[in-house]
Design a protein around this ligand. Structure first.
Ligand SMILES: Cc1cc2nc3c(=O)[nH]c(=O)nc-3n(C[C@H](O)[C@H](O)[C@H](O)COP(=O)(O)O)c2cc1C
Length: 143
């Protein structure tokens, strides 16, 4: 078993509505729990930032499926590593809508639409995503 961690950013064509979000979380619960994939998904009205952790083949296949989902575009790998442990072992897909408001203040990661995950340096993205998770954990993350 080779554990991998994949982090990507994408652009939402339009803000995800409740029904979209419920669909995504239901699919995550169904598929990720079957495959042992865990992770964290954070969205703003404009962007998605997601971390997928699990067996390499499962994570790669899931990423390819997610990347072709018409609800977003421009899925771009920010980081791909073989870590010794998972950052998010307890969620099949932890979730927050607060990407913009909970993101670190750094102005170099902001554009006219607020926090832009594409601008975060690869070696800092794990810290950013962990911080996002900590800041939003108590509100609506627990799946
Ligand atoms: C931003 C985003 C994140 C997603 N994350 C997941 C995920 O973690 N797991 C998953 O199974 N589907 C995820 N989806 C949904 C998939 O693209 C796809 O619609 C779903 O897996 C189809 O499920 P099915 O093969 O069981 O019909 C995500 C979609 C979007 C737009």
């Amino acid at each position: 078993m080779k554990l991998v961690r994949l982090i990507y950013a994408s652009r939402l064509h339009e803000p995800l509505n409740k029904a979209n979000i419920q669909q995504i979380l239901a699919a995550s619960e169904r598929n990720n729990s079957r495959n042992g994939v865990t992770g964290y998904l954070c969205i703003s009205p404009n962007y998605a930032l997601q971390c997928l952790e699990g067996e390499r083949e499962d994570v790669n296949a899931l990423y390819n499926k997610i990347a072709s989902d018409p609800r977003h575009a421009g899925a771009t790998l920010l980081r791909y590593t073989e870590p010794w442990r998972r950052l998010f072992p307890e969620w099949h897909m932890g979730y927050s809508t607060e990407l913009s408001s909970a993101a670190p203040e750094s102005s170099r990661w902001r554009d006219g639409k607020g926090f832009n995950p594409y601008l975060v340096e690869s070696d800092l993205i794990e810290n950013v995503i962990e911080e996002l998770c900590e800041r939003t954990e108590r509100t609506e993350l627990r799946a």
